[in-house]
Design a protein around this ligand. Structure first.
Ligand SMILES: Cc1cc2nc3c(=O)[nH]c(=O)nc-3n(C[C@H](O)[C@H](O)[C@H](O)COP(=O)(O)OP(=O)(O)OC[C@H]3O[C@@H](n4cnc5c(N)ncnc54)[C@H](O)[C@@H]3O)c2cc1C
Length: 444
């Protein structure tokens, strides 16, 4: 019997229950559909990474080939299934707003042709929608969610299939060429790279993670977000490894993975919050026209060193440290009074790990309008945040090289700015803080 394994955000062979189900059916067509609805908006950095990840998956199939086709999945998956005579198409379930709808449409089209869409697993340890409060409602607050999530538990990792029999389509479009934007350095892609990076992190940095993770000038985090984004590794594999480690590093890391699962759960329960305020009263707040300030923020020219360092790190690497993501997001919303959606869009254009649930809800959390959000009145002072989390200025010196020799890189005086060709602050933080709080009072 033949079947299709339709890869999407699960670009790996190991610990892939959907793939094992497929192999149990007989010969398997490994398929990837380049959906223009996703490929276009992905942004150049994510497109380049995805092309590399597909190449790595293709190589891991040995003598076989990954069949890549372009177009609307509703049509393409059906055509592919028909060509190989498949009776079942296997996937890991997608819980994002677009993927969920798309899968329902594909399921309908396949069903009309007598072919079954089989969902096994998801990109999460616990599928969104699975844990609910006592009243059967989705959780709105992280801590009780994470407790229920841990109590629910997850299955153990599974092995890669042994000696699978692969099929190929007669005609495929091939893996697209997607150039990396000038000056951007991307991490190595693929399952083997993800596992290597994970094991290096476990060995070298897990123990000190709890302290180092908040220091953007130190390489203290795992950089696993991009591998998780494309499913080059499953969080279940990581959770199983973490369970073998004691100490605060492993505990804190597990909590961070739970945040990823929480945001997926929140977005699944409220798909409109990919664009809309989770707390609707914030839609009534007065905001400024993005105008020039948005561009200064995007280019890392606001005159606030830690903000500019973060925005330049994003452009140079497709990644930004979590602490700095919070600082730059707070600055855009509360100092420049620009709606969070503008910033979230810029992040999605540039982040290699850009993930709708974590990004939109990371933004809403910082902007004070999200679930379990940091209260709006807690306005970050970018200069003291910089001093606190980058005390020796290593992060700012690295990403704002014109301030490398500044005596106080977090707050260079007018003469030091002039010498360095570094701009004066675009706003007065104390004034904008008051302004933000006034606007917030209006909607309370
Ligand atoms: C405004 C904003 C936007 C964000 N956008 C994204 C995004 O598009 N994609 C994305 O994966 N993460 C996003 N995050 C969360 C977080 O910043 C990144 O996951 C983290 O910086 C990735 O680096 P790492 O793998 O080295 O993290 P580590 O510290 O090593 O964390 C381990 C893993 O835990 C998960 N994680 C950690 N922190 C969070 C968090 N706050 N929310 C959700 N998951 C988390 C990630 O999967 C991460 O890979 C955003 C956070 C903010 C504040």
């Amino acid at each position: 019997m033949a079947c299709v394994m339709w890869f999407r955000r699960d670009l790996r062979l190991g610990d892939n229950p959907a793939l094992l189900e497929a192999c149990a059916d007989g010969a398997v067509l490994p398929l990837f559909v380049l959906d223009p609805a996703l490929w276009g908006p992905a942004g150049p950095v994510r497109r380049a990474y995805l092309a590399r990840s597909l190449r790595a998956l293709d190589e891991s199939l040995g003598a076989a080939r990954l069949s890549v086709v372009h177009g609307d999945p509703v049509r393409r998956v059906l055509l592919a299934a028909r060509e190989v005579g498949a009776t079942r198409v296997h996937v890991a379930a997608d819980f994002g707003p677009h993927g969920h709808r798309r899968d329902a449409d594909v399921e309908q089209a396949l069903g009309d042709a007598g072919i079954e869409l089989v969902r096994t697993g998801s990109p999460y340890a616990v599928a969104p929608g699975r844990v609910t409060s006592g009243a059967g409602e989705p959780y709105k607050v992280f801590t009780p969610f994470s407790k229920a999530w841990a109590d629910h538990g997850w299955r153990a990792p599974v092995d890669a299939p042994t000696q699978p029999s692969w099929l190929t389509l007669d005609e495929t479009a091939g893996i697209p060429e997607a150039a990396v934007p000038d000056g951007v350095g991307l991490p190595e892609a693929g399952e083997a790279a993800a596992l290597r990076r994970w094991h290096e992190f476990l060995e070298d940095r897990l123990e000190g993670y709890d302290e180092a993770r908040d220091r953007p000038g130190v390489d203290g985090t795992s950089h696993m977000s991009v591998h998780l984004k494309w499913g080059e590794i499953h969080p279940r594999t990581m959770l199983a490894d973490l369970a073998r480690h004691r100490g605060t590093g492993a505990r804190t890391y597990r909590k961070e993975l739970a945040w990823r699962e929480f945001y997926a759960d929140v977005l699944f329960a409220r798909p409109a919050t990919a664009r809309e305020y989770l707390r609707p009263e914030f839609a009534r707040m007065r905001y400024d026209d993005p105008a020039d300030h948005l561009e200064a923020w995007q280019r890392g020219r606001t005159g606030f060193p830690v903000v500019d360092a973060g925005m330049r790190q994003l452009r140079a690497t497709g990644w930004m440290h979590n602490r700095v993501r919070m600082i730059v997001a707070s600055f855009l919303v509360k100092d420049l009074h620009v709606e969070w959606q503008h910033g979230a869009r810029h992040f999605m254009d540039w982040l290699v790990d850009g993930d709708l649930a974590s990004n939109q809800h990371g933004w809403q959390w910082t902007a004070g309008c999200g679930t379990d959000a940091s209260p709006f009145f807690r306005v970050f002072n970018p200069t003291s945040q910089g001093r606190k989390f980058d005390p020796d200025g290593a992060y700012v010196r690295r990403w704002v090289p014109e301030l490398a020799d500044a005596a106080d890189p977090h707050d260079p005086g007018p003469a030091a700015r002039e010498r360095a060709g570094y701009p004066a602050p675009v706003v007065d933080h104390a004034e904008e803080r008051r302004e933000a709080l006034d606007r917030w009072e209006e909607i309370r």
